[in-house]
Design a protein around this ligand. Structure first.
Ligand code: IVH
Length: 685
């Protein structure tokens, strides 16, 4: 063993001294950061995802081999350990708030004050959307991101550096030449409407409470002590301001934004310089008409004096500057009456009360149903049939009841929380601390089965091209696809009989299904819809388990040994892969032609891409806390071999309870004897 490790060490030294590896790493880091920007900021990737993943893995291997990881390497985005609490982060220049205005007249007043106070004639402004998220400050010292802090009370926030680094559109370093000595960049963290919907659907599947809106989801995600959780959430950033700037001269908002753009920072969508207040007003009106269609929520427009020198002249009040205002759009609300309150079951099994309304037009859309959140909310607001209420539409989100105007005194209708699922009749149970009412029917409940299928075929899962939600529902409703194994039993003939399908479209769908039969393990785990296993966790598991079979019957503690994988997730995944019916579905998929490869696998692989146990033979004796098969899998995954007979070539014998004669033989031969726990700790080391 000693010679083996000496050998490895000297190879490592060779690598370390090899300058070309460093150069290769720097080159890869720069390229990957550029690809990241194209994908996450420009939404225009120039290489396929698979090529990106391959380059990323090469980088991981080279960094491990050389021990050299540049501080802006994309490999550093995840992997920081959970914190006990956030450190305080004091802002060197306070992060101010903005005065809100709600009318064009107030905008005109602002313009008047600006021009009067500063004696600036024809002040130039900038206009940009007011993103509905939370403000942060990113500190770059000599071009490197060294701290990220929330706004907090404006003076002191929280240090959330590790979490911010998981956001792919946040540059870890400043690109280009003339790097400033210090720059504090300010911006807004937010979640797009699509990413918010996806997150909530996922949370429903996992019986977790739902976020009320994208802003809460973004704020909740940034304030996670475990960066692995933040990494699971899809967050975005837009950069619109600066604190201290040293080493570069920027004299206006326009200059700042174009400087940021050149250095690959995301900046506000439709940022514009406006020469006078009329242009500002028409921008506000245009944005109001467009805001429902934007991919993210905005709650107004921020109007800023462009020139930094002019801002200096105008100064600030205690909490807000005199050089900027926020024009706030009002939420779109209308009044109407509740005709009925009915339970509605979602695809994830949650039973929500839905108000059937007297139809009313809200912002140009007729609304006749609105969600009432949960059953406690009804009790709290004492809402009943006949009540006059306020309905609200915020962006793309389903309309909701924002408040009660008056109770119908004559109504004696009572809203009764259902005891059984309205769809399948299974018992309705309270989950997630009692807030969520859920059908206990699981996959026996039709909407839930349908939900699993929709998730299975979706883009981040099996990614079956042309198999959208509509088709999934159609195939489910006419009984062709009752569970996801049926997808691979579909024939062209089946599809051709359906309305909307012609020979060509049927052919196309069958071809896409066939193409997806070769799937990666990480996508497959995600597609299975295992509780708490989002894309990030699925990938993490795939990195540590070579095959799907090695997950069958996996113990919670084996999964728990994976760094960054929490206990709740480990328990959920262990439960899923120990369930016979789940394993049988997976085996059925295999017989239907599904093949699972695992390019992500790199468990315990050392710097040479070899396993930790490469060249080592193990013998197991006695009963271990985990199954033999599982332990053997772990040894093989790490490159080791398992033998049934002890010899002088045996590296370790793992001894469990009531060991056999192998133990005494091992003692006689001087083979190292270790307990199961010792084995696990060597593996995790
Ligand atoms: S400028 C003094 N620009 O709005 C300058 N803020 O109500 C203050 N916000 O705390 C910030 N979009 O969280 C600015 N384009 C934008 C913004 C924006 C959203 C938020 C920010 C700020 C709050 C003030």
């Amino acid at each position: 063993m000693a010679s083996e490790s000496d050998d490895r060490k000297s190879q490592l030294d060779d690598l370390l001294n090899n300058r070309s590896i460093k150069e290769e790493i720097d080159f890869l880091v720069e390229r990957l950061n550029r690809y990241n920007y194209e994908y996450h900021v420009l939404d225009a990737p120039s290489i396929p995802d698979k090529d990106y993943d391959d380059l990323f893995h090469t980088l991981v291997h080279l960094e491990r081999a050389s021990g050299y990881t540049p501080p802006n390497s994309p490999t550093l985005r995840v992997g920081a350990p959970p914190l006990d609490k956030f450190d305080k982060a004091v802002h060197s220049i306070p992060m101010l708030s903005l005065d809100d205005v709600f009318s064009v007249n107030e905008v005109i007043d602002f313009d008047y004050r600006v021009r009067e106070t500063s004696e600036i004639s024809g002040a130039a402004y900038t206009v940009e959307p007011k993103y509905d998220g939370l403000a942060v400050e990113l500190t770059y010292e000599h071009g490197l991101l060294t701290r990220a802090a929330t706004r907090g009370d404006g003076t002191t926030g929280e240090d959330v550096t590790q979490n911010i680094k998981t956001i792919k559109s946040v540059p870890l370093s400043i690109a280009g030449d003339d790097i400033p000595e210090l720059i504090e960049i300010r911006g807004e963290i937010y979640m797009t409407k699509a990413d918010f919907e996806e997150l909530n659907t996922r949370r429903e599947l996992n019986s977790q409470s739902l976020f009320a809106n994208p802003r809460n989801a973004a704020a909740g995600s940034i304030r996670q002590l475990d960066p692995a959780v933040t990494a699971e959430r899809k967050l975005s950033i837009t950069c619109y301001g600066a604190g201290i700037i040293k080493g570069v001269t920027l004299s206006s908002q326009t200059e700042l934004i174009s400087w940021l753009n050149k250095r690959l920072f995301p900046t506000p969508y439709l940022f514009k310089s406006a020469s006078g207040i009329n242009e500002v007003i028409s921008y506000i009106e245009k944005m109001d008409a467009e805001r429902a269609e934007l991919p993210f929520n905005i709650d107004g427009v921020v109007v800023k004096v462009d020139s930094f020198a002019h801002r200096e002249l105008l100064g600030e009040k205690t909490r807000c500057p005199r050089w900027a205002i926020a024009y706030k759009y009002r939420a779109q609300q209308e009044h109407t009456r509740i005709l009925d309150i009915v339970p509605s079951i979602g695809r994830t099994g949650v039973i929500t009360p839905v108000a059937i309304l007297e139809p009313v037009a809200v912002g140009g859309v007729t609304v006749s149903r609105a969600t009432l959140h949960n059953w406690d909310e009804i009790k709290r607001l004492e809402i009943r049939q006949g009540d006059k209420v306020i309905v609200e539409r915020a962006g793309d989100v389903i309309p909701k009841i924002a408040g009660v105007l008056s109770h119908d005194a004559a109504s004696d209708a009572q809203v009764i929380e259902p005891e059984v699922c309205p769809e399948c009749g299974a018992k309705a149970v309270r989950e997630d601390g009692g807030a969520v009412l859920r059908c206990s029917g699981g996959i026996h409940c039709p909407p839930q089965r349908q939900g699993r299928i929709i998730h299975f075929v979706s883009r981040a899962a099996m990614n079956i091209d042309g198999f959208g939600e509509k088709i999934a529902v159609q195939l489910f409703e006419n009984g062709l696809v009752k569970d996801f194994t049926d997808i691979f039993r579909l024939t062209k003939g089946d599809l051709e009989k359906l309305p909307g399908f012609a020979e060509k479209s049927a052919d196309n769908l069958i071809n896409s299904i066939n193409r997806c039969k070769a799937v990666t393990l990480s996508r497959f785990i995600y597609a299975l819809g295992v509780r708490h296993c989002g894309e990030f966790v699925s990938k993490l598991i795939a990195e540590n388990f070579e095959t799907i079979e090695s997950l069958y019957g996996v113990k919670e503690e084996t999964l728990n040994a994976i760094k960054q994988l929490g206990q709740i997730t480990a328990a959920a995944a262990s439960g899923f892969f120990s369930d016979k019916s789940n394993i049988s579905s997976i085996e059925t998929l295999k017989t239907l032609g599904l093949t699972i490869s695992n390019p992500d696998y790199r468990a315990f692989a050392d710097s040479h891409g070899r396993g930790k146990f490469t060249g080592l033979t193990f013998v197991i004796t006695g009963t271990l806390p985990s199954s033999r098969r599982e332990v053997e899998g772990l040894i093989r995954n790490a490159g080791g071999a398992v033998s049934s007979a002890v010899s002088k070539h045996t590296a370790y014998i793992i001894a469990g309870q009531s060991p056999g004669s192998k133990l005494s033989k091992a003692q006689a031969l001087g083979v190292k004897i270790i307990a199961y726990e010792e084995f696990m700790s060597i593996l995790a080391d």
